[in-house]
Design a protein around this ligand. Structure first.
Ligand code: 6PG
Length: 468
């Protein structure tokens, strides 16, 4: 089997992945459309063979060629794939490692299959650090294509308990679909942690240094995670050369590249509720909208309208409350994966997916370890919230979570991550939801019908009684 890869895209992730591959004895040739980038990487990484053009790259690789793309999704990768389709030959393989939409991946797979070119959609998580030291890899496409490059991908991936965090997910766009869900959960957990920061910073007027300490303390047990550690670090960081914290200078208009909203769109399509993922996406959106109030001075922290509360009103509830909220976010993502199983073939295995995220991915941490353990051997569950290792976090954490939400909302602080996470759990804990009232309203004006408890046939209400 050829251990040769042609890598296209030498941005920060691309060149770090190149270094990782070289370390694992992959014979690598690379190219980037920007000459500046090629020259920069030539100086940092002299052992990497960089071609002068895409044609030269393809020419120097032996057949069948394996081309890995590390390009921003969208137009860049579309153009590159089109170009490659004109120069590659039957039997060659393109591996798209960007955050592509799974439908684009499927469209490309069927278009290229007509020319006998294989296409593997690879979800890759872990950012720059992951690319260098071992990312988490989720592959989608044919088992043949996966088999041709799995030894390379497994060797460069992160490992959890000695097992590579690189695996085949299923047919078509399955790998990119799972990466989209991964990112949806990532958005949700990030928002939950941002809510906690807000509660302490704005709500309690706590010093950012002290909040960092709280995040470091939370970085243990069920709430230990890469994102918790990242939150501690970003809280404590100061503006360059100043005593003030960087957070006070950061424009709050959040950006997003699309994966979060794709997760929400897929959830709508599949009829699955992902309220915390949706809330996280929407909160990034609302952060770009016009505000009803204006900054008094050129300092956003001057404009805190919420009255404060005491740290003791929230800190006792944080640990178990956020464990519960984070579990809720994961449960939403896993329900989405579960609903998509039919689409991507029988190989979709929730336990395996949790295992792939245990190391290298942005979601790595104790929660995903607990989920992987829970799902190992447990198959009879309606929702991962009721599995052995997760259920105790919910029963212990739901009341503290409601306390956090109640305290924040009572002073007008929006807490979209925490509140939607608790609502998800509270909704699933009701035998009857207010949607029975919705059913009557729909029938009243639209004659749509409703089902009586225990019956499958539709009934109509006696709405015109008052008219007679
Ligand atoms: C990962 C990340 C990575 C990237 C996100 C950021 O798993 O390594 O998810 O893919 O950081 O795409 O997405 P936004 O720009 O939309 O926040």
């Amino acid at each position: 089997m050829s251990q040769e890869i042609g890598l296209i895209g030498l941005g920060r992730i691309g060149h770090n992945l190149a270094l990782n591959m070289i370390e694992h004895n992959v014979s690598l040739r690379a190219w980037d459309h920007s000459t500046n980038t090629c020259n920069r990487v030539r100086t940092i990484c002299p052992e990497l063979q960089i071609s002068n053009s895409i044609e030269e790259l393809i020419d120097t690789l032996s057949s069948p060629r394996r081309i890995m793309l590390l390009l921003p999704s969208g137009d860049n990768s579309e153009q590159c794939i089109k170009k490659l389709s004109n120069i590659l030959e039957q039997g060659d393989l393109i591996i798209d490692s960007g955050n592509a939409h799974f439908r684009d991946t499927e469209r490309r797979q069927s278009r290229l299959a007509k020319q006998g070119i294989q296409f593997l959609g690879l979800g890759v998580s872990g950012g720059v650090q992951g690319a260098r030291n071992g990312p988490s890899i989720m592959a989608g496409g044919t088992t043949k294509a996966w088999g041709e490059v799995s030894p390379i991908l497994e060797s460069i991936s992160a490992r959890a308990n000695g097992t590579p965090c690189a695996g085949y997910i299923g047919e078509g766009g399955a790998g990119h679909f799972i990466k989209i869900v991964h990112n949806g959960i990532e958005y949700a957990v990030m928002q939950i942690l941002a809510d906690v920061f807000e509660l302490l910073y704005k709500g309690c007027r706590m010093h950012a240094d002290k909040i960092a300490e709280i995040f470091y303390t939370l970085n243990s047990g069920s709430t230990a995670s890469y994102l918790m550690e990242a939150s501690a670090k970003v809280s404590a960081i100061r503006e360059r050369g100043k005593k003030a914290f960087l957070i006070d200078f950061v424009d709050d208009r959040a950006e997003q590249k699309g994966t979060g909203s794709w997760a929400v769109e897929a959830a709508f399509e599949l009829g699955v509720s992902v309220p915390t993922i949706a809330a996280a996406v929407q909160f990034r959106t609302i952060s770009n909208e016009a505000r009803l109030i204006k900054h008094e001075k050129n300092n956003p922290t001057d404009n805190i309208s919420a009255p404060t509360f005491l740290p003791k009103e929230v800190t006792p509830f944080i640990k178990s409350g956020i464990a519960c909220a984070i579990a809720s976010a994961y449960a939403q993502g896993f329900s989405l994966i579960n609903a998509a199983r039919d689409q991507f073939g029988t190989t979709i295995n929730l336990c395996r997916i949790a295992q792939l995220w245990r190391s290298g991915s942005i979601l790595r941490g104790e929660m995903i370890n607990l989920i992987a353990e829970s799902l190992h051997g447990e198959s009879n569950y309606a929702n991962i919230l009721s599995t052995s290792h997760i259920q105790p976090l919910i029963s212990e954490g739901i009341i503290p979570l409601r306390e956090l939400v109640k305290t924040g909302l009572s002073v007008g602080l929006p807490l979209p991550g925490l509140s939607s996470a608790s609502e998800y759990i509270d909704s699933l804990n009701q035998l009857q939801l207010s949607t029975r009232f919705i059913q009557l309203q729909r029938d009243y004006f639209g004659n749509h019908g409703f089902r009586l408890i225990g019956q499958d046939t539709l009934e109509n209400g006696p709405w015109n009684q008052d008219d007679s």
